[in-house]
Design a protein around this ligand. Structure first.
Ligand SMILES: Cc1cc2nc3c(=O)[nH]c(=O)nc-3n(C[C@H](O)[C@H](O)[C@H](O)COP(=O)(O)O)c2cc1C
Length: 214
């Protein structure tokens, strides 16, 4: 088994990111990159890593799916009582990151997360397939569970209980919106001289654009 990865490297040559070409608002660049990547590469373009600061003081990262983005921020759905939900309740500052390997791009977003309005969570919950709705009801996300059988049994019982009826959204399941304060766009370049363009929101709501050393 070869466990030495020191020669495991890639030269990044596909694109460039220059100050002269970037929009004033980072959401416009996010939208451009998202669409470019989504059109060219198979896979979950909307999969992003969400990092939170846990109650134990450690950061924790996990992948979730971005379900909507607007000029206001980035929305994902989860269980409010999960580890990430508890972390956000104690410290709303989170970090989102995307790695789009096909385009040699990374985006890192910092900002506070807040719960979205209940009617928006209701609307999204209603749009989900029934199996996903039941899954959300079944799972006390992040709690220790005695076995897989326990979950499957619970699912079977709920299927019976809700037969022919709408499944209401569990009150502890819903969306967060992350409103960006800082967004860094990373474009891989040859010779490790990558482009890093950072946007930082000012008090007057203008974005300051700087280049960071790779
Ligand atoms: C591709 C992918 C997509 C996922 N999407 C979600 C999601 O949208 N919401 C969610 O709560 N968990 C999602 N998960 C599961 C999370 O990574 C994580 O296991 C779960 O949210 C519990 O995290 P926590 O215990 O740190 O709160 C996804 C995992 C993967 C690999």
């Amino acid at each position: 088994m070869n466990n030495d990865l020191s020669n495991y490297r890639q030269s990044y040559e596909k694109h460039e990111l220059l100050e002269s070409n970037v929009p004033e608002n980072p959401m416009e660049l996010f939208i451009k990159w998202f669409h470019e990547v989504d059109a060219l590469f198979a896979g979950e373009t909307n999969a992003m890593t969400v990092s939170t600061i846990g109650l134990d003081g450690f950061p924790k990262s996990r992948v979730v799916l971005l379900k909507k983005y607007t000029y206001e921020g980035f929305i994902f759905y989860t269980n409010y009582d999960s580890l990430k939900g508890k972390a956000i309740a104690s410290n709303p500052n989170v970090c989102l990151s995307f790695f789009w390997q096909g385009a040699e791009r990374q985006i890192i977003i910092k900002g506070p997360a807040e719960k979205i309005a209940e009617n928006l969570s209701d609307g999204y919950f209603e749009s989900r397939p029934r199996g996903s709705q039941l899954g959300a009801v079944v799972s006390n996300q992040s709690d220790i569970v005695e076995s897989r059988e326990f979950l499957e049994e619970k699912l079977k019982n709920l299927e019976k209980e809700f037969e022919g009826r709408e499944i209401p959204r569990p009150k502890n399941w819903g969306g967060y919106i992350v409103k960006p304060l800082e967004m860094e766009f990373w474009q891989g370049r040859p010779n490790r001289l990558h482009d890093r363009i950072n946007y930082k929101l000012q008090e007057d709501y203008n974005w300051i654009i700087t280049r960071l050393s790779p």
